[in-house]
Design a protein around this ligand. Structure first.
Ligand code: B12
Length: 163
């Protein structure tokens, strides 16, 4: 009887010890998952039809953006369910660059894509024969600018491109 009690106590202590050591690991994993939208530093380049319109390093994260034509919508990678949690995105980076450097951009909101099409940057639009191509590290994004995740050090470019 005494041995059984001892063994039970030992087992309970071992289980409790496991639970106590496992708990911080779980908490850490959950905290890490919540930080997918930590600010990143990227280079934003706006290449117009007649040359460079803007180029600067920008701290950015996914956030709601407002355009004159499209209104206010999220632009944090959860658009179109592209990501489960918020992340920094190219259009959010453009929005931060514009706000902090005193220029504007405009975009139409497409509910069908849950995203903006970026139509005008610094007063320059495609005018029916060109568009603002969005690329990250030289590759056009396969999705809209609020759905793609950007990372620290990325080159985010909006390039006036004729059809
Ligand atoms: C034609 C086309 C374009 C043309 C549209 C203008 C034109 N002259 O027709 C141009 C070249 C401008 C274009 C650009 C882009 N496109 Co596009 N495009 C298409 C395509 C082949 C057909 C669209 C269409 O005519 N639909 C028929 C009309 C009647 O419907 P509509 O809703 O009025 O169409 C409009 C929208 O589709 C809008 N549009 C076009 N592309 C995109 C992309 C986004 C994110 C948004 C919000 C709107 C939008 O322009 C159309 C004409 O006004 C589709 C593929 C498809 N099968 O749908 C891809 C498609 C819509 N495009 C796509 C992408 C990724 C882009 C770009 C983001 C590419 C890039 N990295 O630069 C850019 C937009 C950049 C920006 N400035 O925001 C993706 C969107 C995927 C997603 N889930 O977001 C698609 C589905 C192609 C694909 N990868 O499968 N595109």
């Amino acid at each position: 009887m005494g041995t059984t009690l001892l063994r039970r106590t030992a087992l309970t202590t071992a289980a409790l010890g496991l639970a106590l050591t496992a708990a911080p690991a779980v908490a850490q994993a959950q905290t890490a998952a919540a930080f997918t939208n930590a600010p990143v530093r990227v280079t934003v380049t706006v290449q117009g039809p007649d040359g460079l319109l803007f180029q600067k390093k920008v701290f950015t994260w996914g956030h709601d953006v407002t355009t004159a034509t499209g209104g206010t919508h999220k632009c944090d990678g959860t658009n179109g369910s592209a990501h489960a949690t918020k992340v920094p995105t190219p259009t959010a980076a453009l929005d931060h660059a514009a706000k902090r450097n005193g220029f504007t951009w405009d975009g139409t909101w497409y509910a069908s894509f849950d995203d903006f099409s970026v139509d005008t940057v610094k007063g320059v639009s495609g005018g029916g024969s060109a568009y603002w191509s969005i690329s990250v590290n030289g590759t056009p994004t396969p999705v809209g600018g609020c759905q793609f995740e950007i990372e620290n050090g990325d080159q985010v470019a909006f390039t006036w491109t004729s059809f």
